[in-house]
Every structure is written in C-alpha cells, then in structure tokens.
Ligand binder design. Structure first.
Ligand SMILES: NC(=O)c1ccc[n+]([C@@H]2O[C@H](COP(=O)([O-])OP(=O)(O)OC[C@H]3O[C@@H](n4cnc5c(N)ncnc54)[C@H](OP(=O)(O)O)[C@@H]3O)[C@@H](O)[C@H]2O)c1
Length: 320
C-alpha cells in the first residue's frame, strides 16, 4: 500500500461539502486531510469539524507554508482559482484545481504556460473524466461498434433555480468566466464528447438568455460538423427540465446513448449492451491525484486536455 497523500484544501464551499466528502471518506486509506483554509474562516472551521481536518489556517499563504501539506485541492470561483494554483506550485505543492481550468481559453493558456515553470504536478479535476462508462462510450466508437458515424446529439438541459445550492453562489450571478452555467457545467459533457468523437471541425450556433438570473447566457443551440463527416447538435438550457440521454451518437451499425449514470449501445439488430460507472467519479479523481503525487503515475487527464474542453465550450457559446 503506498503512503497516504497529505492533502490541504483551499476553499471549503459547496463542492467540497456536497461532492468531495463521500470521496474523502472512501479514500481514508489513501488520503490524509491535513489542513484547510477558506476566505470566511468560520466555514473552514465547520468543514474541518465535519471532515476531521486537524488544522484550519487563516490564509492561503499560511496553508502553503505548512510543511505538513504536500498537495492542495483548489476549489474556488473559476476566475479566482488560477492565482492560487500558481501560488501553490510556486510553494512546491502538487495541485489539483476545479474545472474549468480558468475564466476563458486565453487565461487557461496563460496559466498552462506559467505552470510549466514548476516541477510539482498540476491537474484539473474534471470528475467526468473518471467515469468508466465515458471511456466505454469512446471504446465503442473506436472499435467500430457504431459503424460510420452519422449524427451526434448533446443535450445539457436542466433547471438551475432557487432549489439548487449552486444557484446561490454570488460569483455565478455576475460571472467573471465565459458563458455562465453553460460553460461551467458544459465542460463535463464536452470532455465525454471529445473523448468519443473528437472536436467538431465546424460549429455554427445561436445563444440566448431566457432566464435573466442566469446571466450572461443560459441557452445555446449549435450545429456541429465532425471530421468523420458526422453532423451534430449541441443544446444547452439551464431553465427547463429534461430527462433522457445527455449524449446520443448514431452510426450505420448502431446507436449509443450516454447519461452520467449509464451508457447503452443498441446494435442495428437490436442487441443491447450497457455499461455503468464502476465507482463515484470524485473518488476516482482523488485516488488518481494520490497516485500521481505519491506513486508518480502519469496523469490520466492533463490540463491541456481539460483546456480543450473549455475551448470547445467557448466556441459553442460564441457560436463559431
Ligand atoms: N466538478 C463538479 O461537478 C463541480 C460542481 C460544483 C462546483 N465545481 C467547481 O468548484 C469550484 C467552487 O465552486 P463551489 O460551487 O464550491 O463555489 P462556492 O461554494 O462559492 O465556494 C467557493 C469558495 O471560494 C471562496 N471564495 C470566493 N471568492 C473568493 C476570493 N475572491 N478569494 C478567495 N476565496 C474566495 C468562498 O469563500 P467564502 O466562504 O468567503 O464565500 C468559497 O468558500 C468552482 O471552480 C466550480 O466550477 C465543480
């Protein structure tokens, strides 16, 4: 058994509370949470009590100077995170930061260039990249199980309203990052799509703000053309309910559908193959971070990969 990763948390907001706690619990044998910090200290103290973290630091600088911390998870507003990513790398700490890489593609490229000066590992935590059934979708396509690709549909449609905790975060109301929720959430499906069929070579789209609280854009409808010749559509809307597959790919031999909980392949003759995620994706993400830092495993997803997800979303929102 490898030694345990000594992890500090920068930011103890919604994502750490709602998404990371079960993963940290499942990874007690691989990760020690040694310290945390948050702009509002009381929230860090509350989180530390719930997560069993022994030390709360007043500031990020203090946490980065703590020799007990070998790696950090940065969970801050999208446009705020990069400066802390660089500060942590400068301090010699390995970094995983939340998706997307930065506020926009240009800022993400600058961050990548600056981060390359440091030796410590730098990863972007896109948890959908740790869903085994996303890899299965890509394998079906690569193995020719769908035949020649014909159409690709992506539907990122959901209700983001008062009932959702994310709706209430002030930095999402007047976002300093490109594309509001469409990009913030969309990078996940962009990753699954790009792994399966690559980037579209052409996009032409429309955008709208239909629910004023979801500024600057909450709806896009985009046509896409892929190198394979397949044509596609991407619809995002954050003020309407929709069930069903988020991604559907058709080909001459079958159709594959994908949701965050299941992938399904139906052959032209009607044979059905299903694939489900093997574990919680945040558990996979943090285990991988521990493997990279402690055991020197090659990163499965690089910041250049996740920059591609952001770049695609920015193209889709711009409509070209
Ligand atoms: N992978 C996923 O599925 C997923 C889901 C949700 C979010 N995320 C990502 O997680 C990150 C955090 O999102 P969240 O929903 O957890 O947001 P959040 O609840 O608002 O948490 C952000 C934290 O950053 C702190 N903060 C805000 N502005 C700051 C500043 N200028 N300087 C330093 N600290 C600042 C806040 O401190 P205060 O307590 O003082 O406000 C808060 O604790 C984002 O990058 C988001 O994209 C990922």
């Amino acid at each position: 058994m490898p030694r345990k990763l000594q992890l500090g948390l920068i930011g103890t907001g919604l994502a750490p509370r709602h998404l990371y706690l079960p993963a940290f619990d499942a990874l007690r044998h691989r990760i020690d949470l040694v310290a945390c910090t948050n702009r509002t200290r009381a929230k860090a103290e509350e989180y530390a009590a719930d997560a069993g973290i022994p030390v709360v630091h007043d500031t990020v600088d203090e946490l980065l100077a703590d020799p007990a911390v070998e790696a950090v998870m940065v969970s801050l507003p999208i446009a705020t995170a990069p400066q802390y990513v660089l500060a942590a790398l400068r301090a010699g700490k390995a970094v995983m930061t939340e998706k997307p890489n930065a506020a926009n593609t240009a800022a993400a490229k600058r961050l990548l260039t600056s981060a390359a000066r440091y030796d410590a590992p730098y990863l972007v935590g896109e948890n959908y990249a740790f869903m085994s059934h996303a890899h299965q979708l890509a394998r079906w396509v690569a193995q020719g199980r769908l035949g020649d690709l014909r159409t690709v549909e992506v539907r990122d449609v959901t209700v983001m309203d008062q009932g959702q905790p994310w709706f209430h975060t002030s930095w999402r109301h007047q976002p300093a990052h490109v594309g509001g929720f469409v990009v913030d959430a969309g990078v996940h499906l962009a990753h699954v799509l790009r792994e399966a069929v690559g980037d579209p070579v052409e996009v032409r789209g429309l955008q709208a703000l239909q629910e004023p609280a979801l500024s600057p854009v909450d709806t896009i409808a985009v046509a896409m053309r892929f190198e394979s010749g397949a044509l596609g559509t991407w619809s995002s809307c954050f003020s309407a309910p929709l069930d069903g597959p988020k991604i559907r790919i058709t080909g001459t031999k079958g159709v594959a559908s994908w949701t965050p909980t299941e992938a399904e392949l139906v052959s032209r003759r009607g044979a059905v193959t299903r694939s489900e995620p093997k574990e919680d994706s945040f558990t996979g993400q943090f285990r991988h971070f521990a493997d990279v830092v402690v055991s020197g495993v090659e990163p499965q997803v690089t910041p250049a990969d996740t920059l591609g997800d952001l770049a695609l979303m920015e193209r889709l929102v711009k409509g070209r």
